[in-house]
Design a protein around this ligand. Structure first.
Ligand SMILES: CC(C)(COP(=O)(O)OP(=O)(O)OC[C@H]1O[C@@H](n2cnc3c(N)ncnc32)[C@H](O)[C@@H]1OP(=O)(O)O)[C@@H](O)C(=O)NCCC(=O)NCCS
Length: 193
């Protein structure tokens, strides 16, 4: 059963919460839930120029992000938001696309996941950065109720930097959400269809 876009298939019995364990699961290091996905790009995924279609890349990003989020939460997750996304370089048909996701920070029921997409040149053994994104996932049970997520333990300097930056981004998101709410409350009813 799938709940929400990008949620990987999972055995419901793996969830802490479905076993009647409402306590917050124990903290977990970043490495424990890091996820990777590899894709060889076929013509069916390409636009008219022979490059990977942007929406398909977004789907890959959401899928690998949801894998890391669900592993960390030990529960189903839904995608709450995807921050600003840059397509910094095209991905061509035949390219080997590598996507890596890790939990930057866990909050109460939500987690920020960082995803980096790269193209691997297997002959030169190099990686070319093509896109990055920050996504927020919320843990839910089978009825869609929100669940508390474990805290994440950053261990390396890089993980600590991302952990600290994630809090600043959350504050910016909250401000943006409040601004949008205020904007919506001022719209005339006919605009709210
Ligand atoms: C995401 C969702 C569960 C949030 O519900 P909500 O009623 O706004 O819940 P709350 O206000 O209690 O927020 C729950 C958490 O989500 C976070 N959140 C809510 N909206 C968010 C957004 N747009 N961006 C980032 N975080 C968000 C809150 O900060 C909160 O985090 P915390 O518990 O760690 O502090 C709800 O909006 C939803 O179900 N959306 C649809 C999800 C979906 O179907 N995704 C797939 C699309 S294909």
């Amino acid at each position: 059963m799938m709940l929400g876009c990008g949620t990987p298939s999972a055995d419901a019995n793996r969830s802490y919460y479905n076993k009647g364990m409402p306590d917050r699961p124990p903290s977990s290091p970043v490495n424990a839930s890091q996820s990777e996905r590899s894709e060889i790009i076929f013509p069916a995924d390409a636009n008219a120029l022979g490059n990977l279609f942007g929406g398909r890349l977004m789907q890959f990003i959401d899928l690998v992000g949801a894998t890391a989020a669900s592993r960390h939460a030990r529960a189903f997750t839904v995608t709450a938001s995807m921050d600003h996304l840059d397509f910094v370089a095209p991905v061509h048909v035949g390219d080997l696309l590598i996507l890596k996701a890790s939990v930057n920070r866990a909050f109460r029921t939500s987690m920020e996941i960082g995803v980096k997409a790269m193209v691997e040149d297997v002959r030169a053994q190099t990686l070319r950065h093509v896109s990055s994104a920050y996504l927020t996932y919320v843990a839910v049970d089978l009825a869609g109720n929100r669940l508390e997520v474990p805290e994440v333990i950053p261990e390396t300097d890089h993980q600590i930097r991302r952990y600290e930056a994630a809090l600043r981004r959350r504050q910016l998101r909250s401000e943006e959400m409040a601004r949008k709410k205020e904007h919506h409350s001022n719209l005339p009813p006919e605009w709210l269809l």
